[in-house]
Design a protein around this ligand. Structure first.
Ligand code: SAH
Length: 213
């Protein structure tokens, strides 16, 4: 796998584009500048890697648009050493962004072929989140609680099981909606166990599927 000066130059441009769209967190922008997004796409689609667009990654799934990755990550307010659960590993790109921010990353994918492909890729490029094959709706009770939970597929509702696996003071970011678009929600778990919820605009995700594993 080659990360050329051309790729690096295209990444710099992508970062400027995302900055202009309103992303301010320099650590997130640095992570996007560092990670070769073209590694996560089939080589024949390499030229699309540095456009600010989602892209098919096989198995009917997509790698999220870089702006959306940055936006969700910003809402997650990641701090180094945070224990973060991601639902929907997909290509693994978002998991790598979280690793670059110093988080301890647990990520679940329900599509077996994609899970295997991504596991191989991440080993090859030297990123090591804890990867799980399974239904993200269930979370990872054996590893809970988490400081942060990031859902990267559109959920019809906020899964109660996931809220239970969040630490007091923890944050969950999840796109919620049944139609073509979802509302991005930032949910903060307060010390008394109640929740504060903020809606942060409309996005378009592939659906979070349940009971298919
Ligand atoms: N975060 C990914 C993009 C994910 S697209 C990236 O950086 O590339 C959404 C992913 O969620 C898809 O790969 C899809 O297979 C997965 N998914 C859908 N329902 C799921 C579920 N219930 N549990 C785990 N993963 C799920």
């Amino acid at each position: 796998m080659i990360d050329s000066y051309k790729h690096k130059g295209l990444r710099k441009k992508l970062v400027e584009e995302i900055r202009n769209k309103g992303i301010e967190d320099e650590n997130i922008l640095a992570a996007i500048e560092k990670i070769p997004r073209h590694y996560f796409l089939e080589s024949s689609f390499e030229s699309f890697a540095y456009q600010d667009k989602p892209f098919p990654i096989g198995s009917g799934q997509t790698i999220s648009q870089p702006y959306t990755v940055a936006f969700q990550t910003e809402l997650l307010e990641v701090k180094p050493k945070d224990k973060v659960l991601e639902i929907g590993t997909g290509s693994g790109y978002q998991a790598c962004i979280l690793l670059e921010l110093g988080a301890r990353v647990y990520t679940i994918e329900r599509h077996r072929t994609l899970y295997k492909k991504t596991k191989k890729l991440l080993e090859k490029i030297g990123y090591a989140p804890k990867l799980f094959y399974g239904d993200g709706y269930k979370g990872l009770p054996a590893y809970a609680p988490f400081d942060k939970i990031l859902v990267t597929a559109g959920a019809s509702e906020v899964p109660q099981t996931l809220l239970e696996q969040l630490n007091a003071g923890g944050i969950m970011v999840i796109p919620v909606g049944t139609g073509d678009t979802q509302i991005m929600k930032q949910i903060v778990k307060k010390d008394d166990g109640s929740f504060d919820e903020k809606s942060c605009g409309y996005f378009r995700f592939v659906p979070l599927l349940s009971n298919k594993v």
